[in-house]
Design a protein around this ligand. Structure first.
Ligand code: SF4
Ligand code: SF4
Length: 176
């Protein structure tokens, strides 16, 4: 058994595939993207493999490239598109400190975030607005960022501004 098996989610089959693809150590996987690994495994097999393997590789890439990976974030199913792609507001669940322990993920909980008890809303206003317009997210909205984008009172103005900028950048680059 190689050291690859110490990576969460890597069982016998994935270990054999990684070895066949030329990855024999954890170090050899550093810097690789999940999409590259997924494409290489599809080529190796000669057909398009189940997309769950891409999610597994996302978890692997997180583990091998993170100094102190959070064990709670290592399960492969937490790397499905819904948790990795921007939420309606541009936040990304897998990067959020509340996920998965305190929050099950924006789309999975249908915008019923835990912090709503502090605002009095039943559902996140951003989630609801996108839903009503049948939009995946706020990308392309002429009002972005509208008044529904409120500050998190638990962090500084600078952190709020930085977070908002990240969300807007993501929506610009990845959303749609
Ligand atoms: S602010 Fe709203 S849309 Fe954004 S992640 Fe939270 S619940 Fe989802
Ligand atoms: S008005 Fe535009 S920016 Fe505001 S929540 Fe709705 S879609 Fe997003």
């Amino acid at each position: 058994m190689s050291e690859l098996r110490t990576i969460p989610n890597v069982g016998t089959r994935t270990e054999q595939d990684l070895l066949a693809m030329g990855y024999t150590t954890i170090a050899s996987l550093k810097g690789k993207s999940a999409e590259e690994l997924y494409r290489e495994e599809c080529s190796l097999r000669g057909y398009t493999i189940d997309r769950c393997q891409l999610y597994l590789y996302r978890a692997v890439v997180y583990f091998v490239n993170t100094e102190n990976p959070n064990p709670a974030k290592c399960q492969w199913w937490l790397w499905k598109d819904d948790f990795v792609k921007p939420s309606p507001c541009g936040a990304v669940c897998i990067e959020c400190g509340h996920f998965p322990t305190h929050c099950g993920g924006c789309r999975k909980i249908h915008g019923k975030a835990f912090w709503l008890r502090f605002t009095g809303d039943d559902i996140c206003p951003i989630y609801q607005c996108c839903n009503k317009q049948k939009k995946t997210n706020c990308k392309g909205c002429p009002h972005l960022p509208c008044e529904r984008f409120t500050k998190d009172p638990t962090i500084s103005d600078k952190e709020n501004q930085d977070n908002l900028q990240k969300m807007l950048n993501r929506l610009e680059q990845e959303g749609g």
